[in-house]
Design a protein around this ligand. Sequence first.
Ligand code: ADP
Length: 253
Amino acid sequence: MPLIINDVYPKKLFREDGKRLDGRENNEIRPIKMKVGVISNADGSAYLEWGNNKIYAAVYGPREVHPHHLAKPDKGILRVFYRMATFSVFERKRPAPGRREKEISMIITDCLEPVLFLELYPGTAFEVFIEVMDADGGTRCASTTVAALALADAGVPMRSLVSAVAVGKIDGQLITDLSGIEDKAGEADLPCAITWFNEELSLLQFDGDMDLDELNESLANAKTALNEILQIQLKALKSKYTTILEEQEGGES
Ligand code: ADP
């Protein structure tokens, strides 16, 4: 059962033992699993489970731009389509893409663009389709992370991977990787994404209230979590090739 019913939130977001409602320590991220090459009809793809979030990303391109007027003569374009399935949340979600989905698609585009060499692909488009099957807070960060992995799986030249996570504040304490309930009932939520080639934040949103010291500490917490997430992305990419190698070696013996 979800913890939020009819927008009534629990009064406390920490348990008696000092842990968060899902049993995590303040700076602990939720369990994350990632896999690449999961959609056979895509040029590249990835699947991610991040706590209760379940998200697919499929990449196509470089390919012809439709509608044609969006094409740019001097560089390629990146188009990201973030969608949440109607069954992905407890309340009914309207099937048509809403303003939130359009905003998140735009944010993810901005996060990913800096790592691509779009100038090498004039007149074409890279398209990234993201489907959130199950949502529980932090889907824009999880989607950015899985989309970067799908681009890498497609063999698209990239300056580096991109990783993302939200940090924030609940019941006066700083925390890492907010769940859905922490996002809704907490005091502050800061989704961040990093482009690893220059270690710059390609996303920093802020919703809520915290002072400057808390902001600096939160950003340091985010950096630690982003490093953990990068390692999981790299492991998922490598495991595709080690599996192919193992299969080949198995076939030869
Ligand atoms: P993010 O998923 O990036 O944290 P939001 O802050 O907008 O984005 O949403 C927080 C959470 O609220 C989502 O992860 C999802 O669990 C839930 N949510 C978002 N949109 C809806 C919706 N239309 N109906 C019900 N729950 C939603």
